[in-house]
Each structure stands twice: as C-alpha cells, then as structure tokens.
Design a protein around this ligand. Structure first.
Ligand SMILES: Cc1ncc(COP(=O)(O)O)c(C=O)c1O
Length: 469
C-alpha cells in the first residue's frame, strides 16, 4: 500500500476506532481529525515575524529552525498549531517529551493543584515525591529501587556517572558511536555530542562501535560474526584502561541516531563484560523508558537488567523531571554519591509524573505502543522497499526512524533526510532529522490509525523528493 492508499484506509479506520480507544488515545487523537490543515505557506508570515524577534536575542544554532523556521502558538493532543493558525501533526513533541499529548488536561490539572499547594522544598520529603518513588519502584526492573530526581536528561547522566564512580572507585567509561547522553561536560564525553568548540573529550572516556548490523563498522555479517562488536568493545576497553574502570553506558535503542536496534545478544554481552570486570552497566532510557519501545524498559526486550537506569523524557509529559534508578545492592555507595538538585523532583514535577504514570497504567499504553508500533514499523519497512532514497526503516515501538541514502551510491545522506523533512513539514507533519536519519516517532497517545495515516503523509513527501531527483 503506498502513501495515498494508506492515508485513505487510515482515515476510515480512524472513524471506526474513535469510540473504542482508551480515554487518553481518544482524546489526543481526536484533534487529528482535521489535521494537517495548512492554509499559508510554511513558514507563514506570523512564524517568520516571531523568528525575527527570536534571532535578535537567542543565541546558539538549532538546526531544525535553520532547516525550516516555524514558530508555535499552541498544541492540542497529537497536534501543534503554528503562529499562522496551521494545524500540524506532531511526530517530535518537544524531542519526545510531551508523549501524552499537548495540553493533556489530567497532567495540567495535577501540576496546577500541586503548584498552588507547595512550590519547592528541594530534597525534603513531600507526599508527591515519595509516592512517585513508590510507584516507580513497582515498574523498574529487578531491585532498581533507589531514585533521584533531576530536571534534564544530562543531569541524570552525570548522576549515573557519579554513582558508578562511587561504586567502583574508578573513572573510566565505555560508550558507543551514535549514542547521545546530554550536553554537560561529563555526558558529552560519553557520546557524539562534542563540537570543535567544546574542547577535548574528558580523559578516561572511550567510544567504540555498537552492535548495529545495518552499517556494521567491522563489515561483518550477523549470521557469522559471533558478535565481534562485543569482543571488540571489551578488548578496546581493557587496552585503553589504566586500571580505573567504572562502567559502560549505552542507549538500549538509540534516539539521536534514529532508532538503532542492536543485534540480539549485544546488550547481554555488555552485561557480561560488566560482570566479568566488576563494573557498572548504565542504560540511558531517556528516550526509551516508560514504554516508548512497547515494553516498560528497552532492556526488557533482551531480558537484560542494568545496575542503573536513567529516564525519561516524558516522565512529566514535558514538565521537566527526569530520574535515576539504582540497584539496592549499591545503597551504601549511592548514599555517598552526592545527589541533589535545586529543581529536581520539585512537587509539581512529581505530581505531573504521577499523573503520567496513572494514564500509562490505566490506558495500558505500553501494550498499545507494542501493537501500533509493530504496524507502523511494518509500514515503514514496506516504504523502505518501495523508495530508493530510503536505506533502512528501524526502531521499536514508537521510537522509529528512517535512514536516507544517495540512491546512486548507497551512502547515508544527511542532505536527503533534510530534504524529506522539509517536504514532510510543509505537508503538515512535524519530524526531526538527525544526520542521515529522520525520526518519525508518534506520541504514545496516537491511535494506530492516526499514526499510519501520518506515516502515509511522510511517504508522500518521500515520493515528492524522489520525483525531483
Ligand atoms: C538518550 C538521551 N539521553 C540524554 C539526553 C539529554 O537530555 P536533555 O536534553 O534533557 O539534557 C537526550 C536528549 O535528547 C537523549 O535522547
């Protein structure tokens, strides 16, 4: 089925499904009924006017704004409204943080009630903070029942590195190509986040290829490689170590590099390396945690339990709160690892997170994502087979993306991804390209029918770009 046929079929399915979906999906997806609805050029005049004011005062490059400037006035459920009144379907939702919908009334109400009661008491116990820990302990795997709260992903990454250092007395970490863990100095040393201006990677950090078979860095075949990437990772770690190893940090499914899923056995291989050398395994589940991949934790797909998990972009549905969960085996060390943050876990953020957990559990959104995510990935795989500029469709659940290539050489092409992204946004679907990949990750409250219809619009944009090559 091509993009246009998918759109037609999905519209009919949407009409049939609207009454039977769980409350959060029915609410959020209902706003897509008349979206996309585009009545000005994108960007329109009001978007450009706000952008000019922005350019006067805000510094720092933001590639998506440079690619196609848009300014937003509001959002409802799975949609965004730009300054010119165009309504777009949102496949990025604040870098995948507003996963339960813009303007979610249950989350907004929880924040409002709590903010009127108590603003901030730093790390002192509050009912909301403690209840959140108790609820999370029911969800986290194994004995990962010790928590800390922060306001951003990168702070939680730093916290994980601190705990691992305290546990091991070491400071050397192994991480993987294509991973991203944040933009503070320690976090940047663990991924591909640096620029010529950010200075050298902190010493003690090593980055090696992960087990991503589509473009195997060792040019090996999955059927015969015997997971050479795991052996290489261990060997590189030992060769580069000066005897102060602390841990391995990995995204179990990658976000920044467009939803790379590692070879079966790769994550287990990392667990084994950590066990062999008495070091700490950290999974960065900022993008994947709390059900985005169709299980509560991406590590669950492989049955691998790390020592530390850091999560999650949408714990507060866009209200800033992130968390670290540490194994109880390390209670003494975690207690000494200096965890505090002025805004981390402030009461209204915890209230937002409790509302998010209530909705996730009440509406069984993790099961929904597993089912609908599979349908979406199948559609994307068909799309990859039909279109020569698509290299691969990848991901899990609602963390899905496409890699674009130059059809003549087969080389990964950031330029092609950017062209497709621009055409997709002009059609009223907001997507985020990163290098040669483009994430097309729906909110967790997107119905399968709306998600498939939206991906059909992505296919129309791809066909348009191809027709002009
Ligand atoms: C997997 C992952 N870890 C960490 C981060 C950093 O989060 P933040 O931007 O909130 O610092 C990100 C952000 O994109 C991410 O995708």
């Amino acid at each position: 089925m091509d993009g246009e046929a998918a759109v037609g079929e999905a519209l009919a399915a949407e009409a049939r499904g609207a009454e039977t979906e769980p409350a959060s999906i029915a609410w959020a997806s209902s706003f897509a009924a008349d979206a996309p609805r585009i009545h000005t050029p994108i960007p329109g005049p009001a978007s450009l006017e706000l952008l000019a004011r922005r350019n006067r005062h805000e510094f720092g490059d933001f590639p998506w704004i440079d690619m196609l400037p848009l300014s937003f006035a509001g959002g409802a459920g799975v949609t965004l409204e730009d300054m010119d009144g165009n309504r777009l379907i949102d496949l990025t939702h604040g870098h995948m943080s507003a996963a339960l919908g813009h303007g979610n009334p249950e989350v907004a109400e929880a924040i409002d009630v709590q903010a009127r009661k108590l603003m901030n008491t730093r790390n002192y116990p509050t009912e909301a903070r403690i209840e959140l820990m108790e609820r999370l302990a029911q969800i986290t795997p194994g004995d990962l029942n010790l928590f800390g709260f922060f306001s951003s992903g990168t702070e939680a990454t730093e916290a994980a590195l601190r705990v691992a250092r305290t546990i091991t007395g070491g400071h050397e970490f192994l991480s993987f190509y294509g991973d991203y863990h944040g933009k503070t100095v320690g976090a940047m040393a663990t991924g591909e986040g640096g620029t010529p201006n950010t200075g050298p990677r902190s010493s003690g950090h090593m980055t090696v290829p992960g087990g991503w078979c589509h473009r195997c860095e060792f040019k090996l075949e999955p059927s015969s490689c015997g997971l050479h990437c795991v052996d290489f990772a261990e060997r590189a770690m030992l060769v580069n170590s000066h005897g102060r190893l602390a841990g391995i940090i990995a995204e179990p499914v990658t976000n920044g590099s467009g939803g790379r899923v590692y070879a079966p056995g790769f994550l287990k291989g990392l667990r084994d390396i950590c066990d062999r050398h008495n070091i700490v395994l950290i999974f960065d589940e900022h993008a994947t945690g709390l059900g985005r991949t169709g299980k509560w934790w991406a590590g669950d797909h492989e049955g691998v339990i790390p020592d530390i998990i850091i999560f999650s972009k949408f714990l507060g549905n866009g209200y800033p709160i992130t968390s670290i969960a540490v194994s109880e085996r390390f209670t003494a060390e975690a207690n000494r690892s200096s965890q505090s943050s002025t805004h981390g876990g402030q009461p209204a953020a915890c209230a937002a997170a409790l509302a998010v957990l209530n909705i996730l559990q009440r509406d069984k959104l993790v099961d929904h994502v597993a089912r609908a995510g599979e349908a979406c990935l199948n559609f994307l795989k068909g799309l990859a087979a039909r279109h020569p500029i698509v290299g691969v469709a990848q991901g899990r659940g609602f963390l899905i993306g496409l890699e674009f290539i130059d059809p003549k050489t087969g080389a990964a092409s950031a330029q092609m991804a950017s062209k497709v992204a621009v055409e997709t946004i002009r059609r009223g679907v907001v997507v985020s390209p990163v290098g040669p990949t483009m994430r097309v990750s729906p909110m967790l409250v997107t119905s399968e029918a709306v998600a498939l219809r939206t991906l059909g619009i992505v296919e129309e944009a791809i066909a348009d770009v191809e027709s002009r090559l």
